[in-house]
Design a protein around this ligand. Sequence first.
Ligand SMILES: [Zn+2]
Length: 175
Amino acid sequence: MPSGRTHEAINLTALGLLSAGYLYGRTQGYGPPDEWAFAFVGGYLVGTFLITPDLDLAERRVTAKRYWGVLGWLWVPYGLLFRHRGWSHTWIVGPLSRLAYLVLLLYLLGWVAGGAAEALGVRWSLNAELERLSPGVLWGALVGYYVSQWMHLIADGIAPDHAFKRRASGRRRYR
Ligand SMILES: [Zn+2]
């Protein structure tokens, strides 16, 4: 199983290749607009360093948790909730579980920050900030994030039908 550092190196190499392909495509007049591409890279880097499938080990030491610094403990409940290389390491539900967890965290933090801003007499809300982002940027970031998670799973040797196989073998065991 690759270490956190190896995963980062693999992901960054893939990003380098994708970027080269994108830049070449742009010179030929193909490819999505730059705004979309920047969002993709942003989502991809977040997924490579900050929000990785291995956060299912966040109750212990894990590379991604370290990057969160003093906020690393926020991922401990996720680590306790998800078994290592279980649902967290599936292709669709796994990345989605971390996204849902992050949105929950952001809303809790945004709610606290919004309350603090109100107490200071400043008008600020997380919802208003999110509404300012264009759909293209949100989609670009989402796709970038998902591709980074899939690179991790490929490096772990996990196929897209992993969960189904696991469930099928589990069923066989209990029969
Ligand atoms: Zn992993």
